[in-house]
Design a binder for this molecule. Structure first.
Ligand SMILES: [Zn+2]
Length: 274
């Protein structure tokens, strides 16, 4: 007698979209505990995560996967972002591109627009998504290897009085900053000097002791360090331009200048940066 059940067809597929991250403290991908690495056995009794295995309840990846993977009756999913922002940084504008790789889907032909609406509704304001688009796996490579300028918005705390002329000059700064690998990442990145182009788009006084900065940065710029100067490791810095200590207290990615997004662009990179 033949098996009455129909054969199960599984397929892999790739969905491209862009996410806006509207809640601070949300990592892009699963934030595994640095001590136990989320290992099933080691996490029990781990003092850092108290057995949870990760340091935040959710991430952009998990908010998407927990609806998408079951809806597609898939084995699993993988999140491939076009770079990432720090956990405490919002992702605004048109959002950050990503490809969600769906592995072993038995129900791949569902209504992607309904799925997107469901994910966004369940995220309760933490993320928004652009419509999903079916793509080929080559798009993962494209987003990994292509670099884009970014516009950041920062709230800057300044120590002491800012001179009006220095403020006006810094508000139109355009040029190259040399950044030595920041102290906060020096343990995992090579200690190098990097040249990065920047153009200040706006710099205005806010409440007392605060400035609001909008700056267009070349890919790979350490913005927090460009603001503070990182104890002389970044020059020039906003701090050196204003001749007062500056500290970034709030940072958002206002836009990632992908080819389809209108807005300002930096000149092509200098030859030695290629
Ligand atoms: Zn742990």
């Amino acid at each position: 007698m033949s098996d009455p059940r129909p054969p199960v067809f599984r397929t892999d597929l790739w969905l491209e979209s862009r996410y806006r991250k509207l809640r601070r403290g949300l990592p892009q991908t699963v934030f595994f505990c640095p001590r136990c690495k989320g290992d099933r056995r080691r996490r029990h009794g781990c003092p850092t995560c108290e057995g949870f295995g990760k340091l935040t309840r959710e991430s952009v990846q998990e908010l998407i996967a927990r609806r998408l993977v079951p809806a597609m009756q898939a084995k699993t999913g993988r999140f491939h972002g076009a770079g990432r922002e720090d956990i405490d940084v919002l992702m605004l504008g048109h959002g950050r591109p990503f490809v969600f790789e769906v592995i072993g889907a038995r129900n791949p032909d569902l209504d992607l627009e309904a799925l997107r609406a469901d994910i966004v509704a369940r995220a309760e304001g933490a993320i928004e998504l652009a419509p999903f688009r079916r793509v080929t796996r080559e798009r993962i490579v494209y987003w990994k290897e292509t670099h884009f300028d970014k516009v950041y918005r920062a709230e800057v705390e300044v120590e002491g009085d800012v001179d009006e002329h220095l403020l006006a000059a810094a508000a139109t700064f355009a040029g190259v900053a040399v950044q030595r690998t920041p102290q906060r990442v020096a343990h995992r990145r090579a200690d190098l000097d990097r040249q990065r182009q920047l153009r200040v788009l706006g710099l205005v006084r806010a409440e007392a002791g605060r400035l609001v900065l909008r700056v267009l940065c070349q890919h790979g710029t350490y913005v927090k360090e460009w603001i503070s100067g990182d104890e002389g490791r970044t020059t020039p810095s906003l701090s050196s331009l204003l001749a007062v200590p500056c500290r970034c207290v709030l940072l958002d990615v206002e836009e990632i200048m992908t080819d389809d997004v209108p807005g300002p662009r930096l000149p092509p990179p200098l030859p030695q940066e290629r």
